[in-house]
Write a protein that binds this ligand. Structure first.
Ligand SMILES: [Zn+2]
Ligand SMILES: [Zn+2]
Length: 126
């Protein structure tokens, strides 16, 4: 008996989990000139990155000991204004949307800086 066909392919990289959304298609385009790599989506924030059929290109950096991809490196925290998950900043603080794209922000939020929101935790230096 063989194992049942795996429909959803997940890959845990660092502090994030990625889901394969498109398999590798080799080369495409009218002259076959475009490389069409596999696409992986972060299941927390929905960012799509390239990869192979086996793993996403999160590129663990041996010298710094961290992932180059921000989802895998920093993990996620909800946006303070709308609650959607976003990858954390490098210092561990939660990220907030731009005021144009966040449904919880109005135009007067456009000048609120990242670390000045009331109730924000003290900044942790990496
Ligand atoms: Zn993510
Ligand atoms: Zn938001």
């Amino acid at each position: 008996m063989s194992a049942p066909k795996q429909r959803v392919r997940l890959f845990a990289a660092g502090q994030a989990m990625f889901r394969l959304v498109r398999a590798d298609k080799g080369y495409g385009g009218p002259y076959g000139q475009n490389r069409m790599p596999a696409k992986w989506m972060c299941i927390d924030c929905g960012r799509i990155i390239d990869g192979t059929d086996d793993a996403p290109d999160t590129r663990f950096n041996k010298w710094s000991g961290k992932h180059d991809n921000q989802c895998a490196r920093n993990g996620h925290a909800p946006c303070a204004h709308c609650g959607k998950k976003l990858p954390r900043l490098n210092d561990g603080c939660p990220r907030a949307h731009n005021w144009r794209t966040c449904p919880g922000k109005a135009e007067d939020s456009r000048m609120v800086a990242q670390h000045t929101r009331p109730g924000h935790q003290p900044r942790v230096n990496p």
